[in-house]
Design a protein around this ligand. Structure first.
Ligand SMILES: *Cc1c(COP(=O)(O)O)cnc(C)c1O
Length: 418
């Protein structure tokens, strides 16, 4: 039995080539020859299985302490597969702060197919227990950390409540990765990842994985993967495999940077709140210290809008890229109210705490001194922009007030230093 960092580098060899290549080959083959009509080959057709994908699937099962893993063409394809195992009439209790794409898949797609959903605040265990007591509740679905406010969900307590109600517990572990938490060890039955984020880690691939510790659920997930067909191609499987090799190194640096940035922001006069479980003052700090092996690389903070214009701040970054997504080597910044969560009506957003002045950062592996300098400069630009015409004060950068910020499809381009 090897340790986690070793498993990241080596995985579980498939031992299917005799060239001595230190990396598993990328098998660009959609079909595999039978030795004879009577043979039952392990690989016959690449939707059903491909050795490159299988390497990744065995590795994520190992990293998440499950029995089987499945790789999909996106995080949402993995989520779709996991939710497709339920039948019309069955009820799934979902957290009220889940990823927007999941929320619309649930509401606009699965509801039409007859699944019932109850939306609940997963921070409130009594409310969860009550929701799970409704007829036909078969699953509780939530995320380890909520987005963008980084509230910590208690995987152990929530999974126990699900089991007491005869339901399974499904956890989207994207924000922390198996390096910081293994939900299956805390009682979850299925763990999901958008591998696009920390697992791949370089903003160069869209991928998803599902892992379970139960053979019966594994069979249902495999059916969904093979028959709905949203499989991860071999090239992308290899990109995720390569990303995984440096997962621990990347997250060590990312959360070290995030901690320093969170502490720095706390002392900024224009910042009214910093949401990061690594801060001792954070309401989730105690739980995160218990259930996680670190606090992750994503944080959010709120600016005092009478002092600082958040739109000007976002447009003034030079090192932080103005982009949705997270978990990669480069630092990203976004304004949830106008970008990731813009589809939520303003009143709904404010109800869950997503104010107009809330800024989310995904911290990369750069030198933290450069990141802090970029933040300070952008915050100063935002302060200068409050109520005045600031063009000219930003060292040549246009204030960009009035530049429309739209959804994920059309990110606004900002000039980047160097
Ligand atoms: C990005 C993300 C998803 C969706 O994954 P894709 O790879 O974009 O399909 C699901 N859950 C969380 C928490 C995410 O951040």
């Amino acid at each position: 039995m090897s340790y986690f960092a070793t498993q990241l580098v080596h995985g579980i060899p498939v031992n299917d080539n005799n060239t001595g290549a230190v990396n598993p080959p990328i098998y660009n083959s959609s079909t595999f020859a039978f030795e004879s009509v009577e043979s039952m080959p392990h690989w016959d057709y690449a939707r059903s299985g491909n050795p490159t994908r299988e390497f990744l699937e065995r590795q994520v099962a190992q990293l998440e302490h499950g029995v089987r893993g499945f790789a999909f063409a996106s995080g949402l394809a993995a989520i779709h597969a996991a939710l497709s195992i339920f039948k019309p009439g069955e009820r799934i209790v979902v957290g009220d702060n889940i990823y927007g794409g999941t929320y619309s898949q649930v509401n606009e797609f699965f509801r039409r197919w007859g699944l019932q959903f109850t939306v609940v605040n997963t921070q409130d265990l009594d409310a969860v227990r009550e929701a799970l007591a409704q007829p036909d509740a078969k699953a509780l679905y939530f995320e380890t950390l909520t987005n963008p406010l980084l509230k910590v969900n208690d995987v152990e307590a929530l999974s126990r409540l699900a089991h007491e109600a005869g339901a399974i517990s499904i956890v989207d572990n994207t924000f922390v990765s198996p390096y910081l938490q293994n939900p299956l060890d805390l009682g979850a039955d299925i763990v999901l990842h958008s591998a696009t984020k920390y697992l791949a880690g370089h903003s160069d691939v869209i991928a998803g994985v599902a892992v379970t510790g139960r053979e019966d659920l594994a069979n249902r997930l495999y059916y969904a993967q093979n028959r709905l067909g949203g499989v991860l191609p071999p090239q992308e499987s290899d990109a995720v495999r390569r990303g995984i090799q440096t997962l621990a190194l990347r997250i060590d640096r990312q959360q070290d940077n995030a901690q320093k940035i969170a502490e720095h922001l706390q002392s900024h006069p224009g910042v009214t709140a910093v949401h990061y479980p690594g801060l001792a003052s954070d309401p989730g700090h105690e739980l995160a210290s218990r259930e996680l092996h670190g606090f992750g690389g994503v944080l959010s903070f709120e600016v005092d809008e009478s002092l600082i214009d958040p739109v000007v701040v976002l447009n003034a970054f030079r090192l932080f890229r103005l982009a949705v997504s997270l978990g990669a080597v480069e630092s990203l910044a976004e304004l949830p109210s106008r970008m990731t969560h813009f589809e939520l009506p303003r009143a709904e957003r404010l109800k869950v705490g997503i104010t107009d002045g809330l800024i989310r950062l995904s911290i990369g592996i750069e030198d933290v001194r450069d990141l802090i300098a970029d933040l300070d400069r952008a915050l100063a630009a935002g302060a200068a922009g409050r109520g005045e015409d600031v063009a000219g004060e930003l060292e040549g950068l246009p204030a960009k007030l009035g530049v429309p910020i739209v959804g994920d499809a059309e990110p606004v381009r900002v000039p980047v230093a160097g």
